[in-house]
Design a protein around this ligand. Structure first.
Ligand code: TYM
Length: 327
């Protein structure tokens, strides 16, 4: 039996932080053994927020390098830039004709971002392009953090709607949302998620941050009143977030960490967390610095050519189904 297909994407701007890593990227890497994996730097999605072209080009390459440094092997996974595979945007248009504006109005990410970027059409149609990313490869599983669940629901609806209307084409994809790490919180406000778009750099740790920056950011992380290292998202969101991060970087159950560190002062505990994050990110930093820009660009383009071939067969079948046959 052929392997099931996994697809996921990451936006290239604003760097890659430990939330992206623990919620998604780490799983992308692990899934490579079991599934046929397809991963994408979704550069067209990032254009929904105004970008400086030269800076954008640089960030896009950096994001690709980061994904490879984190362990996605371009020889095992299909890995490419979304804009280099035009089938995504064609399918997005077709799916757009099946999308109710009411469902787009309900998207919470649109509401959040429209305040920052102005309500442009790209931002509004963002979830439809995301559905096309997933469906153009007939993906079965989609590893993401929990902020993407709403978008994934729309993708499932669109797959079902297309299949009902035009005949069976798309598998209805399911998320792979990790039990732990699907929502890493901001270091400055542990009641909101760690986010690339937060203007406060102190709210997050980037994968390439040097050890001193990591020590400083965790040292300054907002913690809770009282003392004691306890796991309780309501009463102690700051410490719970740090416990979750420590647990994921050390592959140790939270209960065990609580038992070991319960009597520690917050400052001492933060020191333990910072060192674990530094150790966990060290191999990624090392691997990143060994990657050559030109080689990565070449690999990405090769990935795009292979992805076009793979997407083309489904593109033909979608065209036929909707009545766009012929040469
Ligand atoms: P993006 O680039 O914002 O984030 C990439 C991945 O990181 C996850 N993530 C988090 N996980 C845990 N804690 C956090 N604080 C945190 N912040 C982000 C996200 O859930 C995501 O999995 N719309 C997507 C990109 C996309 C996509 C796709 C994903 C476009 N097309 C198709 C899957 C399939 C996004 O903006 O991710």
């Amino acid at each position: 039996m052929s392997k099931q297909i996994v697809f996921s994407g990451i936006q290239p701007t604003g760097g890659v932080h430990i939330g992206n890593y623990l919620g998604a990227l780490r799983n992308w890497v692990r899934l490579q053994d079991e599934y046929e994996t397809i991963y994408c730097v979704v550069d067209l999605h990032a254009l929904t927020i105004p970008q400086d072209p030269a800076e954008f080009e640089r960030e896009r390459l950096e994001a690709a390098k980061m994904v490879i440094a984190a362990g996605v092997d371009p020889n095992t996974s299909l890995f490419y830039y979304q804009s280099q595979v035009p089938q995504h945007t064609e399918l997005s248009w077709i799916l757009g004709t099946l999308t109710q504006v009411g469902s787009l109005n309900r998207m919470t990410q649109y509401k959040d971002k429209a305040d920052q970027a102005g309500a442009n059409l790209g931002l509004y149609a963002y979830p439809v392009l995301m559905a096309a990313d997933i469906l153009i490869h007939h993906a079965h599983r989609v590893p993401v953090g929990d902020d993407q669940i709403q978008h994934l629901e729309l993708t499932r609806d669109l797959a079902e709607r297309f299949n009902r209307r035009f005949g069976e084409e798309f598998p209805v994809p399911e998320g792979i949302i990790p039990e732990h790490g699907a929502r890493i919180m901001s270091l400055q406000d542990p009641t909101s998620k760690m986010s690339k778009s937060d203007p406060n750099q102190g709210s997050r740790i980037q994968l390439l941050d040097d050890p001193d920056t990591i020590r400083k950011r965790i040292g300054r992380a907002v913690t809770d009143s009282g003392t004691g290292i306890e796991f309780d998202w309501n009463r102690k969101p700051g410490i719970s977030n740090l416990l979750e991060i420590l647990s994921l970087f050390t592959d140790t159950q939270v209960d065990k960490l609580v038992a070991e560190h319960n009597a520690m002062q917050y400052g001492e505990f933060k020191h333990v967390v910072a060192e674990a994050v530094i150790d966990g990110l060290a191999p990624i930093r090392r691997s990143y610095s060994s990657l050559e820009d030109e080689e990565v660009s070449r690999l990405m383009y090769k990935g795009a050519l292979d992805a076009r071939t793979s997407a083309e067969k489904y593109q033909v079948s979608v065209r036929e189904k909707v009545g766009l046959t012929g040469h």
